[in-house]
Design a binder for this molecule. Structure first.
Ligand SMILES: CC(=O)N[C@H](C=O)[C@@H](O)[C@H](O)[C@H](O)CO
Ligand SMILES: CC(=O)C(=O)O
Length: 335
């Protein structure tokens, strides 16, 4: 049995949980705590806008070999998860789990949706294929108005996958749901025994720090999601980060994490400033998922394809400028 399952309360060890623990022996690294860097998976698409499963094998090898990143967060913001059909989301989840087997430590599947039954269906599916975790965003059309309503929604999804670690994905700039995480975490394990942590994609470091202060980063995993200011989040004690830039700046960001851990704060700052220099530059040009797809394509050589409407392709001008900027950066490791 995995360490993770052993740590969970006994009612949690349902038949499904036991069945899954067998499954997880042959997929990913069982029981390893989610920490360090997690790449937010881009969803590769063909030129005509279909999901392109055929490059995921190469994508996994690229992350592991070239970026030193061994965790992936599938069907999230960067993966255009909310723009995909349920069928496409399942196909992508299956392919990431299949290709990640023996190569990745964690394959986390985002299963959030506006429709509760769809989200539950995706949660059951993620459990059945042996995903190492599931994450859910707050529903964002009809929104929960308080903590209890949000937890009730999350609980109804989490309970469909009783053997799978559950993460809340907090991204108020996109969902418009601003319920503070500090409040949400109060007593959450009683409602959601599988609760394992938060992907925190907001700039409110007071909220984040209070979450860590009250719960300890040993109990839950706190993963930060605003790549341009990860160093600030490290200072308040996050366990790691989930983000789009770790697809192509994973190796550099890992060097920042190492410098911070040493601790060599001046070196960590140097990395953060340079990462920030690139992001500040592209943000001014207009930076989103479409641009991330373009950057990943020129850095990795793996064709990520166009984004799905309403997003539109990055312009040739953006690509040329972003590439020139990235190439001009002189990193402290001499690269
Ligand atoms: C809104 C959004 O996509 N956030 C991503 C993850 O949460 C980040 O990884 C950003 O892409 C990154 O910080 C660049 O702004
Ligand atoms: C960026 C991020 O973490 C996501 O794609 O969900």
């Amino acid at each position: 049995m995995s360490e993770l399952l052993q740590r969970l309360p006994s009612p949690f060890l349902s038949r499904e949980g036991a069945a899954r623990s067998k499954l997880s022996k042959c997929s990913m690294t069982p029981g390893k705590k989610l920490e360090g860097l997690v790449a937010a998976a881009i969803t590769p698409m063909t030129p005509d806008g279909q999901i392109n499963l055929s490059v995921i094998h190469q994508y996994v090898d690229y992350l592991v070999r070239e970026q030193n990143v061994k965790n992936i967060f599938v069907n999230g913001t960067t993966g255009e998860g909310l723009s995909l059909s349920i069928q496409e989301r399942k196909q992508l989840a299956e392919e990431w789990v299949r290709q990640g087997k023996d190569k990745l430590d964690h394959v986390i599947i985002h299963v959030g949706a506006l429709s509760l039954p769809e989200s539950q269906d995706l949660a059951r599916h993620a459990a059945a294929i042996g995903a190492s975790g599931i994450a859910v965003i707050a529903p964002f059309f009809f929104k929960p108005t308080n903590k209890d309503e949000l937890v009730a929604f999350l609980q109804k999804v989490a309970s469909e996958a009783p053997g799978v670690p559950f993460y809340y994905y907090h991204i108020p700039p996109l969902t418009g749901v601003k319920i503070r995480v500090e409040e949400l975490l109060d007593g959450i394990r009683e409602q959601i025994p599988t609760f394992q942590g938060v992907k925190f994609s907001d700039t409110d470091l007071l909220d984040l720090a209070q979450c860590i202060n009250k719960n300890g980063s040993e109990q839950f995993a706190f993963l930060y999601g605003v790549d341009e200011q990860l160093l600030g989040a490290l200072a308040v004690g996050v366990n790691g980060a989930v983000g789009s830039t770790y697809n192509y700046l994973g190796r550099k960001t890992k060097l920042m994490l190492q410098a911070f851990a040493k601790p060599d704060l001046a070196l960590a700052q140097k990395y953060q400033f340079l990462i920030g220099e690139f992001l500040n530059f592209v943000i001014k040009l207009g930076f989103g998922v479409a641009q991330t797809k373009a950057v990943m394509t020129f850095v990795s050589g793996i064709p990520m394809g166009p984004p799905r409407p309403p997003l539109v392709n990055a312009s040739e001008e953006f690509i040329a400028k972003a590439k020139a900027k990235l190439d001009s950066i002189v990193w402290p490791d001499g690269d």
